[in-house]
Design a binder for this molecule. Sequence first.
Ligand code: DGL
Length: 273
Amino acid sequence: MINKNSPVGVFDSGIGGLTVAREIMRQIPNEKIIYFGDTARVPYGGKSRETITRYSRQIVRFLQAREVKVIVVACNTASAYALDEIEKETDIPMIGVVKPGARVAAATTVNGKVGVIGTEGTIGSSIYSRYIKKINPQVTVTGKACPLFTPLVEEGLWEDPVTDEIAKRYLAELLDIGIDTLILGCTHYPLIRSTVGRIMGEGVSLVNPAYETARELRRLLEEKSLLNDEEARLGDNRYRFYVSDAADKFKRFANSIIKYGILSAEIINIEEY
Ligand code: DGL
């Protein structure tokens, strides 16, 4: 039976969504989390809307089978392509990362020039631009797809001359335009935040939608009287991780991103869902 002490489901194509899970752990530490990383099918960024929607639907079914009370789509590409469709198919409340990120960016920019970096799917969908313009039509939003960032992050090259060089090429256009706010529109990118920040310089505010997503999750749980009221106890195994492949590699990464001690990452066959 789903109740306020049921877990929160969080999913991404791989390790990127851990940046969102980490923020949920910080802001609402009482919540239990079931995380799914689709490590067999990452990256999502260059795949079609149909494929991403099919993958997301399978993951939602898996999380439903684990009796989660709410689902956080901790992947910009899935939020851009699949969220509208899959949230109609279930009663479980869902939130994505795009709306919260768009809200912060609209509130942060002073010169009205916002940049967004993300996967080809997220940038091609223009979803950030649409949400930001709904809030403030005067803001111009320039998107730049950075398809090589996801594999660089998944390979652990977070601080590396190769990542630096590629980031310089991707970001040159946004520097020329003179944006003052840059949305890290892919959940993998906060892991190379320092590289991006160094290249963009101090005058550019970096927006990580993860922080605002965790705040929105808290608001949603409060509104639905679903906040977990059990006290978190030391040694509790509140967080469970599932992947579709390469559990050991995922565990290593997860341990370097989340400092709460990952006990296990279990492989499941997501195609069965
Ligand atoms: N982390 C995902 C996102 O936020 C996608 C990375 C990928 O799988 O291409 O878009």
